[in-house]
Design a protein around this ligand. Structure first.
Ligand code: NAG
Ligand code: NAG
Ligand code: NAG
Length: 410
């Protein structure tokens, strides 16, 4: 080959490469706030809460978000929750709540505790943010969303409620929750930027898997560090006081608040068998079913939920290079095997069943990718086995045969 031909071929080749390699820094959204891109998605909207069969059938089970305008107006809190009301409420004056000290969320920030009334007196002038379960003495003011007034939810599937209270200007990190979520706003405005994980899981880099969040700067998205985000379609949803939003299990989201701001969200367990009777739900909303009259189980305590076991297994996997069954069993149960054996609980067969569901490719060890892609049916099975296991433990404990705890430290 003549040298000129060689050079011409080389130049042609380079031009070809240049033409095909996108310059991401020129794409819309580079160095802009999280949520800006070429195209956006539209979220379904209804007025007020839908009927439970629609809510579960069309949205929860299908993992589709839903805006419910004006739904929060049904709760007395929408009218009564002024700062004067909080300050004058006949409450234990030392009801302590958790306070975040930075409005732009930073998972390393200092979290302080202070009495609720003290928070209310100073939040306007001190840039602090209350993120804490609704104080018990005002839970009566929030009606459990009508569309989830179902026995299969109320009897054991409610996980936690949180009051998000600030003078506005908060920004969360980009993250996911392993629960279903309804967030209702009582003051101010909020913007939710959401991404469908089933479409874009691989494009959004959750580079802090231990806390299920991304380290991306939500004020300035750098496509050279997070190239996948240049391809993502966002749902940007604005809600205003009185509205509620359903955020499906594992949906990637980021939240900003504007103006004096107060929201309450409810998390519940996603793993509900698809064949539950939606007929059993309240057709007429029970206005007396408030956050005070239902039980929230909390995220931690003993590992009764799939989410807890999942978190443990993720943590276990990140520490091991091969999570086989013996390591799985030891990582979960550790030293409490004696309690289980003393009480003749068939832990081995139950844990083997859970392991089998999580070892999707059936090669004897569990990997993160397997958990990420595990189908709902497998999680439902894990849930059933966990329920069975928890029940056996409760029965043994109620006979005063000691106490069982899953391993806290892996
Ligand atoms: C804080 O600011 C909001 C909005 O301006 C106001 O409604 C509220 O009364 C203020 N609270 C206190 C304790 O000053
Ligand atoms: C949503 O709220 C943000 C912040 O206030 C605002 O910039 C944006 O224009 C709003 N979008 C719509 C569609 O109203
Ligand atoms: C099992 O499969 C995973 C991929 O899912 C692989 O990384 C791992 O090395 C395999 N382990 C064994 C023991 O074969």
């Amino acid at each position: 080959m003549k040298l000129e031909t060689y050079y011409i071929a080389l130049i042609g080749f380079s031009v070809l490469i240049l033409a095909y390699s996108r310059d991401l820094t020129l794409e819309p959204g580079h160095l802009k706030p999280f949520g800006i891109s070429k195209s956006t998605q539209i979220c379904d909207e209804v007025d007020k809460f839908p009927q439970p069969d629609v809510f579960f059938g069309e949205y929860v089970f299908k993992k589709r978000p839903l805006v419910m305008r004006n739904a929060a107006k049904l709760s007395p809190a929408f009218k009564t929750w002024t700062d004067d009301y909080f300050l004058q409420a006949n409450e234990p004056k030392n009801h302590v709540v958790s306070i975040e000290t930075e409005k732009k969320e930073n998972r390393q920030q200092e979290v302080r505790e202070m009495p609720f009334t003290e928070f209310v007196s100073i939040y306007n002038t001190s840039g602090i943010y209350m993120v804490n379960p609704v104080p018990t003495f005002i839970r009566k003011d929030i009606i459990l969303p009508c569309c989830m007034q179902c026995p299969f939810i109320v009897e054991g599937k409610l996980v936690e409620n949180i009051m998000w209270f600030s003078s506005g200007g908060t920004k969360s990190v980009v993250h996911t929750d392993s629960v279903d979520n309804v967030n209702c706003l009582y003051r101010g405005e909020k913007q939710f930027v959401m991404v469908d994980p089933d479409k874009y899981r691989d494009k959004v880099d959750i580079d802090h898997p231990e806390g299920s969040y991304s380290g991306v700067d939500v004020d300035s998205v750098d496509y050279t560090k997070y190239p996948g985000l240049a391809d993502v379609e966002f749902y940007t949803i604005n809600i205003t006081a009185g509205d509620c939003l359903f955020i499906p299990y594992k949906w990637i989201h980021q939240v900003r608040s504007f103006g004096s701001n107060l929201a309450v969200n409810i998390w519940w367990n996603h793993f509900i068998p698809k064949d539950v009777s939606l007929e059993s739900c309240n057709k007429e909303c029970d206005l007396g079913m408030t956050l005070k009259s239902v039980d929230f189980r909390g995220f931690d305590q003993v590992m009764e939920s799939v989410d807890a076991i999942k978190d443990h297994v993720y943590a276990l996997i990140s520490k091991l290079n091969n999570c086989d069954y013996p390591k799985f069993l030891h990582g979960l149960i550790g030293d409490d095997i004696k309690f289980l054996e003393d009480n003749k609980i068939p832990y081995d067969s139950l844990m083997k069943e859970i392991f089998k569901q999580m070892d999707v490719d059936n090669n004897g060890s569990i990997h993160e990718e397997e958990l990420d892609t595990m189908e709902d049916q497998r999680w439902e099975r894990v849930q059933q086995v966990m329920d069975q296991f928890s029940q056996l433990i409760k029965d043994a404990e109620s006979l005063d045969n000691g106490e069982f705890r899953f391993k806290d430290e892996l």
